[in-house]
Design a binder for this molecule. Sequence first.
Ligand code: NAP
Length: 328
Amino acid sequence: MKAIQIVDLTGPDSALELVDLPEPEPTHMLSPGEGVVVDVHAAGVAFPELLQTRGQYQIKPPLPFVPGSEVAGVVRSAPAGAAVTPGDRVAAFCALGGFAETAVAPPFLTFALPDELDFAQGAGLILNYHTAYFSLLTRGRLRAGETVLVHGAAGGVGTAALQVAKGLGARTIAVVSNEAKEQVALEAGADHVVRSGGPWKDEAKELSGGGVEVVFDPVGGSLFTDSLRSLCEGGRLIVVGFAGGSIPEVKVNRLLLGNTEIIGAGWGGYAMSRPEVNLEIGAAINGLIEQGFVRPIVGERFPLERAADALRAIDERRATGKIVLDVR
Ligand SMILES: NC(=O)c1ccc[n+]([C@@H]2O[C@H](COP(=O)([O-])OP(=O)(O)OC[C@H]3O[C@@H](n4cnc5c(N)ncnc54)[C@H](OP(=O)(O)O)[C@@H]3O)[C@@H](O)[C@H]2O)c1
């Protein structure tokens, strides 16, 4: 099969190679002895793959390895007891190995792909939408009627958070850096859009009538202190990632003064060891798809052999929605 490997840690321009590899065995490290084998049609591209080309991600497999955490395609084989069978269209989280014509995922992270979604959308479903749901609801205790401010709102996780928040009955304020991203956030269903380069904290306070209940933050960096200031009393700031590049530090007296909380939300570490959590979140996301709230926004698409260009789009802050590799 054709696949993209990371062969060294020199970054997206030089670390990737298109190779021919043997087909993988039907087993996965998260479900030893059992794996759903998928003929990949589309592979999702995300921040971890970019970090992996530099050896900066927490999962550091020995070189060379095939990156790619999620795919959409057609099941070739599935173990007994799996919820999917050969021929099914699926979205699957494989953690590694997705930038290839064939990938293997654990049964508990393989979901039938609803007819409403095409393969490219399926390749943007699990990482971003499960993270958004886990962060907003499981960790952030979002309630209907609350207002959520979403940073990086035109990105993969950001667009997912806008749609999931809406589906949970919340009002959304998207924070983006430019006009093109403003359009993407609106397409994703944002109620309001403000610019990260403008007085977004004051705008958010005004739009929410005094402060937002929840901030969803996949960006971190210099936005963090103003994010805390934009919360209402009892508000929650959910730490999702650090796309801005730096990990913020905070003086905790701010939490005391505002009666606010900072909550960490790491979906992967939590969900990988809890099959039942994935099934619950998968069912909830399916419900949101059926109700029309969830429709992954697909941005740029590249053929498999141009994986480096796909990673560069993320690196250069040009990505909107989900970047996808068309594999078949
Ligand atoms: N906690 C979890 O379980 C979990 C799960 C998945 C992903 N994540 C993390 O979430 C973060 C976002 O992932 P994503 O897939 O949504 O990425 P993405 O599609 O590239 O979006 C990230 C957004 O961050 C903003 N940003 C601000 N400063 C940036 C910079 N210096 N470089 C790049 N982007 C910058 C950009 O929006 P503007 O230009 O509009 O500011 C961009 O749209 C990553 O750190 C990822 O590792 C965490």
